[in-house]
Design a protein around this ligand. Structure first.
Ligand code: SF4
Length: 159
């Protein structure tokens, strides 16, 4: 769908991702992404008074990268674009947004292991560096986050 001309015939097929069951024409169930988030896409924090916003310094570059990753809206376009139906870009964005910030570093090992485990359970495919996900992402999430996800996963497995 990236290149077509007037009068071209376009065949629109349903997404063929096992993890996104088809509900009806042009509508799929994307709650598998919600279950990945529930597995680890959060930080644990005590309730109570709001802490002073500037009490934990965050390097500018880390803050910006984290915000870029947090722009992911969970649309699933990356999964639909991937020939393997991989959700790596989605999971990488969610892992990155927390792993880059001090508040998220505390649970980083458990988070990445649980989210990747849930991603596998849901039936998403493996990443083979096709880059179609990055090309289709409406929020311009880059595959550099997948590299970070892989590093986070290896570090968590080794320790
Ligand atoms: S296409 Fe981009 S915004 Fe949509 S789920 Fe994937 S990473 Fe997130």
């Amino acid at each position: 769908m990236r290149v077509f001309h007037d009068s071209d015939t376009i065949v629109a097929e349903p997404w063929r991702t096992k993890a996104f069951p088809i509900l009806k024409d042009l509508i799929v169930d994307r709650t598998s992404l919600d279950r990945i988030m529930a597995a680890g896409g959060y930080i644990s924090a005590k309730t109570g008074g709001v802490p002073e916003a500037n009490s934990i310094p965050v390097p500018k570059h880390d803050a910006e990268e984290s915000m870029d990753a947090a722009a992911c809206i969970g649309c699933g376009a990356c999964v639909a674009a991937c020939p393997n139906s991989s959700a790596m870009l989605f999971v990488a964005a969610k892992v990155s947004q927390f792993a880059l910030l001090p508040q998220g570093k505390i649970e980083r090992k458990e988070r990445v292991l649980r989210m990747v485990e849930q991603m596998d359970k849901e039936g998403f495919g493996n990443c083979s560096n096709n880059y179609a996900c990055e090309a289709e992402c409406p929020k311009k999430i880059t595959v550099t986050h997948i590299a970070r996800l892989n590093r986070e996963f290896i570090r968590a497995e080794l320790t």
